[in-house]
Design a binder for this molecule. Sequence first.
Ligand SMILES: NC(=O)c1ccc[n+]([C@@H]2O[C@H](COP(=O)([O-])OP(=O)(O)OC[C@H]3O[C@@H](n4cnc5c(N)ncnc54)[C@H](OP(=O)(O)O)[C@@H]3O)[C@@H](O)[C@H]2O)c1
Length: 364
Amino acid sequence: MDCFRLRSLSYGGHVVASAPLRKRIAFVAGNDGSETEVFMKAVVVENYDSIDGISIKEMPMPDVSAGEVRVKIGAAAVGFVDGLKVQGLYQTKDPLPFVPGTEFAGIVDATAADVIAFSPGAPVIGMTRSGALAEYISVPSAALKILPPKIPFEAGASFQANYLTGLYALSARADLQKGETLLVLGAAGGVGIAAVQLGKLMGARVIAAASTPEKRDFAVRYGADDTIDYTKADWRDTLKALTGGHGPDVIFDPVGGEIALQAFRSIGWRGRHLVVGFASGTIPALAFNLPLLKGGALLGVDLAQIQQREPETHARLIAQLFDWLASGQLSPVVGKVVPFEDFREAFKTMQSRSALGKMIVKFA
Ligand SMILES: NC(=O)c1ccc[n+]([C@@H]2O[C@H](COP(=O)([O-])OP(=O)(O)OC[C@H]3O[C@@H](n4cnc5c(N)ncnc54)[C@H](OP(=O)(O)O)[C@@H]3O)[C@@H](O)[C@H]2O)c1
């Protein structure tokens, strides 16, 4: 491991540079009145050359400013977007160097004097623009929620982004009804498997489409009623047969590309196609006559805008998700768990299209 100490970088959405360092990093006081900086380990991206070029470094432990909480991270998630970010392929780029990681779970380590909602020792989950692949992170208290009892950090770190995206899509956008048929594309991926579970919880019949037997078995384990191998040329015939010729009522689509175009051609009358992402790498272009002929709708889903644009819906859906989590009706799927030191494996698994659920990096 590199023990090079970074003095200037961006993490948790903040830039830490030498000048404002005093305000942002943690010090311990000595008996003689001296102060010593405290360091922690973090995954640091210094260039976009390759995943092998990303390494663990020492950097100053963040202090807490007004309104902030410092969390000792127990587990952090690595999703598709994290994979794009460390390669410089995401639509927004963090200034280099930066600490990746947007979702985490852990224990409150310290709070600013004006924070009353959290106390040291409380288990929490949180979301951030970056900085979660580190031993500690300081975030505004509003970015945190209490983790219900008995939920492991690995499950907590996998929860918010994918399940909120899934519930917003299926509930607030598609208005999925009990007894309707939901087709989930990329059903064994992070957001796909969340949609499979949520679709079942909402009383739908769920058809999971995925590229390998292992991925389809995984989707069945989490509730899918039927599966489709959408790498086969005749997969639309299978879908037609499974839906008695009607086609799915709702399509949850984090894949895009040619698969998305084919799926829309199979959608049922008044069907709703949820545009969630483009994991295939291609944004499809749909001919407008198809929604006309199907009486169908394309519905956009963007997690990043929900809280700001629809605060009431956001609060309602979050409350629903945490109710289901606390009552045990919903258990977030934990994908492969790798130790902090092996963080590269999480990114490489995402990159090779072989992840089942969301990858988790666990801290000692
Ligand atoms: N709109 C939002 O708010 C929102 C929120 C979360 C995620 N997303 C987006 O949703 C997409 C999926 O995210 P995720 O975290 O679920 O990713 P993931 O875990 O990697 O899953 C993506 C799935 O897409 C399928 N896929 C098809 N072609 C692929 C390709 N060329 N490379 C990789 N995967 C491919 C894979 O399933 P098969 O092998 O079975 O085909 C894979 O399991 C991403 O585009 C992400 O940005 C959007």
